[in-house]
Write a protein that binds this ligand. Structure first.
Ligand code: SF4
Length: 434
């Protein structure tokens, strides 16, 4: 058996033991159910292993040569492409995606732009205190889940950070306090102990809550007796006591809060709040971790920043990066694209109907390895190998630490990686599509 990293989610657990002969995965030990599903994807029923094209409203198998030619034909007959996805792809594929966007004068963005990328964008104004999973395993004493439900989205996160015994403290769960701020009682509430704090917030009033906490930090007894955002005055004072007394605390911002924060006001407030705590704290510190779900959601921001000096929403014109205030949402909303290239994601399922219906009206070239709602309406599907199982690649863990993913088995039908496939399209275009 050999130790591998799981690419089932952004925690990228590097302690999975796998027995394999290089052709099949015989045994997986240590992965959660979500991770096990990721490894089972190799032989899943909805796996796509041949390129497909839509003819007479049906997806039909074609040869790779035909598939690449048809892809190039769509690219050459249009002028305003939208490239989206990439959070389920390696950093190498993300870099190739940006190169392709530059070659075809497109707009490129990743799933992070509607999730954790928003935090990094705002962090330019306020700064940000990040931390690592290792630091939390060894030192955390306060974990706040804000709109986050790791028990279902990142299943082993709490095992590692809440139930772990710190190397330097020699203490574990007994000194760790868990605070959950959520309007719904998610599965993560089930791990709470007697000294933990559950705050069932009134839906949509997170900004109100963070403002009240900020004010109480500066001027005690400012919380009204009836409480704030549906939360009791006493509970709010209790949580502030924990926050101001923590030696190593972390706020996990979940997708629930990140996706719903339309004008990024909550993100601004929470970043300011963390700065405020750290300026007032004498011995401890508070940090932030964004809980992107896809295994390399953090990667695109790093790759885009290093290649283009900007974390997302890159618009190219005349093979140069130009200023653009467009986001993925505004691009689709204003119909400012004439076809899309989607990589490793399923926007037809995860975007609101107002956007997915507009996306569906224009040709879609999909690079993915499974039959999804997007695959069912795509015009061309180019299947690829599964990164971290059938090909290697670099990914950034949710705490922004780079992790190398390895190949375990050979892909079926000699499928290539996302990066190599994107490179093939770029080379074909460079040769005039011949
Ligand atoms: S928590 Fe995520 S990375 Fe870890 S085993 Fe589960 S799916 Fe894989």
């Amino acid at each position: 058996m050999k130790r591998y990293t799981c690419s089932g989610c952004s925690l990228l657990c590097d302690d999975i033991m796998i027995r394999s002969d290089g052709l099949f995965i015989d045994e997986v030990i240590g992965a959660c159910l979500k991770g096990k599903e990721r490894f089972d994807r190799v032989t899943a029923k909805n796996r796509i292993i041949s390129p497909l094209i839509r003819k007479d409203n049906e997806l039909k198998k074609i040869s790779w040569e035909e598939a690449i030619n048809e892809t190039v034909k769509i690219v050459k007959n249009a002028s305003n492409p939208l490239l989206y996805g990439f959070s389920n792809s390696s950093c190498e594929a993300q870099a190739k995606g940006i190169e392709l966007a530059k070659t075809i004068n497109g707009f490129i963005d990743s799933n992070a732009s509607i999730c954790q990328g928003k935090v990094l964008g705002i962090a330019k104004e306020f700064g940000i205190n990040l931390t690592t999973i290792t630091e939390l395993i060894n030192k955390a004493d306060l974990l706040i889940l804000w709109g986050a439900n790791p028990a279902e989205t990142i299943p082993r996160l709490l095992n590692k950070t809440l139930f772990s015994r710190g190397k330097f403290r020699m203490t574990g769960r007994e000194i760790k306090t868990l605070v959950i701020i959520d309007p719904v009682k998610s599965a993560s509430f089930n791990v709470m102990g007697v000294r933990d704090i559950a705050l069932r917030i009134k839906p949509g009033s997170d900004i109100e809550l963070v403002r009240a906490l900020k004010e109480e930090c500066c001027q005690s007894d400012s919380i009204p007796s009836e409480g704030v955002a549906g939360i009791d005055q006493e509970d709010l004072k209790r949580i502030l006591l924990h926050i101001m007394g923590t030696e190593n605390g972390v706020i996990f911002l979940g997708q629930g809060i990140l996706k719903s924060d339309k004008n990024n006001q909550f993100i601004r407030e929470i970043l300011e709040f963390i700065q405020l705590i750290n300026s007032k704290q004498e011995k401890g510190r508070m940090s932030l971790i964004m809980m992107g779900g896809h295994y390399n959601m953090a990667g695109f921001d790093h790759v885009a920043l290093s290649l283009a000096g900007k974390i997302g929403g890159l618009q190219f014109k005349d093979q140069k990066l130009v200023d653009s205030n467009h986001t993925l949402v505004s691009k689709i909303n204003t119909n400012d694209f004439d076809y899309s290239i989607i990589v490793g994601t399923d926007p037809i399922s995860h975007l609101p109907y107002s956007l997915s219906s507009k996306l569906a009206k224009k040709p879609i070239i999909l690079i993915d390895n499974q039959m999804t709602a997007t695959a069912k309406i795509a015009d061309i599907i180019l299947p690829t190998a599964i990164t971290g199982i059938e090909c290697e690649g670099l990914a950034f863990r949710l705490d922004q630490v780079p992790i190398q993913l390895e190949k375990i088995v050979n892909p079926p039908s000699n499928l290539t990686s996302d990066a190599k496939l994107l490179n093939k399209i770029i080379s074909k275009l460079a040769n005039g599509g011949m």
